[in-house]
Design a protein around this ligand. Structure first.
Ligand code: EPZ
Length: 417
């Protein structure tokens, strides 16, 4: 098990590029199973979650090659439709393979993904929607068996919550269904639009992705395509936060400001100033951040839950008190205890955290509790006095390519041991 060792209080500077979006590459790789032809997907980030997805594609016999950030998949001859438990357990979001496999083979068998570090992670919304499209779904000794031997049929789906994964699963099920599927109250995250753009490049007919109503006209056949995954907006925010907590100036490249509008305005409330030009964001942070009022995580375009821990690391050293309300996941405050070990003053009551900013944190030995919580500890360590040791870095490696390489390039004193 490796750990990160960081000596804080270093000014950062220069420029840094953002890698491809994990939460776009994962559904696009799963979607390639539904296409049934060769797909070449570029700008896939080199992360453990991507490797876990490639293992699933390999297990299904669709994986052709991976060269750096380019992955080639071909599901033309796909007949397998069962994903073994040990692969599902590696990556709970692999549940979106269900829609793709049923689309391509008429059947999908996998274990329920189960909970993770941030919550129970149910899939009831996914299953209700697939049943409405004609799938026969039953559970048998922990496995979910989804069958539609005569294919799926388009339906009007009203999601009870704009679930990202459920929206993606329905798109993957509908893309080759008979007739038209309407998804109402759909998730509007940019990664959903990237998925639709990929499938439309393969000949699908999907309209409205990125909004709350998506219309999919099912097609008998799709064709091969080459596609480049969008940049990772949460990684972009993470790098901007590194500048914010160290009072630095930084240029972040491959970053679409329009994807993180609510986050940018929160950063501006903390005293950060920005310049933007085509896919580059320049940030200038104040010597010390100001409090940010009340932050409420919401479905897109609201404040993203994946940035909650990141903004809390900023609030921990800001002047004044910031309130953080986590409205999406039921246990996404596990980083609070570790931040408090570094001298932060955060109190959690239910889904609300009261963050009283302190002048400085101090280096400590802490443990990453989940992906974004781990990033919050990296940010806190960059701003802390002295040396910090962060354990359980495998959580961080799920979403950030070689974090120590990237942060060293912009002046951080960080190494992995
Ligand atoms: C995606 O997870 C992302 N993961 C998450 O990013 C992100 O935090 C989340 O969307 C919200 O934006 C990937 O894209 C791989 P949801 P997902 O379904 O699809 C409840 C990261 O850090 N729900 O929108 O699982 C659920 O319990 C990860 O990169 C149901 O109740 O999120 C949660 O409370 C973490 N029933 C809420 O909806 C369901 O059937 C949002 O979940 C499905 C979801």
């Amino acid at each position: 098990m490796s750990c990160l060792i960081i000596n804080g209080k270093k000014k950062l500077g220069g420029e840094i590029s953002v890698h491809g979006a994990k939460n776009s590459a994962l559904p696009i790789l799963a979607a390639s199973v539904a296409v049934g032809e060769e797909c070449v997907i570029s700008n896939c980030p080199q992360l453990s979650d991507i490797r876990a997805t490639i293992n699933i594609l390999d297990g299904l016999g669709c994986f052709k090659s991976a060269d750096g950030t380019t992955v080639t998949v071909n599901s033309r001859d796909l007949t397998a439709n069962e994903i073994p438990d040990y692969l599902m357990r590696e990556l709970r979001s692999s549940f979106i393979f269900m829609g793709a496999l049923v689309s391509k083979t008429g059947r999908a068998v996998m274990c329920a993904p189960g909970g993770c570090e941030i919550g129970v992670r149910p899939v009831d919304i996914h299953l209700l929607a697939l049943r409405q499209m004609g799938a026969d779904i039953r559970e048998d000794s922990g496995k979910i068996i989804c069958e539609a031997p005569k294919g799926l049929t388009g339906a009007e789906i009203n999601l009870s919550f704009p679930s990202v994964g459920a929206t993606e699963n329905v798109i993957l099920a509908a893309v080759r269904a008979k007739g038209i599927t309407y998804i109402k109250n759909a998730a509007a995250e940019p990664e959903i639009k990237d998925l639709a753009d990929f499938l439309n490049a393969c000949g699908a007919d999907i309209k409205g992705a990125g909004g709350s109503t998506i219309v999919i006209n099912g097609k008998d056949k799709l064709h091969s395509a080459e596609f480049t995954v969008m940049p990772d907006r949460i990684v972009a925010v993470s790098y901007l936060a590194a500048a914010a907590v160290t009072g630095s100036q930084l240029l972040v490249k491959n970053a679409h400001a329009e994807h993180i509008g609510t986050v940018i305005s929160t950063f501006e409330q903390s005293g950060c100033r920005f310049d933007f030009d085509n896919n580059r964001i320049y940030i200038k942070a104040p010597e010390r951040l100001h409090k940010m009022g009340t932050i409420r995580t919401m479905p897109y375009p609201g404040f993203p839950t994946d940035c909650q821990a990141i903004i809390m690391a900023m609030a921990a050293v800001a002047k004044g008190t910031t309130i953080v309300n986590e409205n999406i996941f039921e246990s996404r405050f596990r980083h609070v205890g570790e931040l408090n070990r570094m001298g932060a003053d955060v109190t959690v009551t239910g889904r609300s955290a009261i963050v009283n900013g302190v002048r400085s944190l101090y280096g400590s030995c802490v443990k990453a509790t989940d992906l974004r919580g781990g990033m919050a500890l990296v940010l806190a360590s960059l701003s802390a006095e002295g040396e910090s040791i962060i354990e359980n870095t495998e959580f961080i490696d799920r979403g950030y390519e070689k974090i120590e390489r990237d942060l060293s390039l912009i002046g951080a004193d960080i190494r992995r041991e």
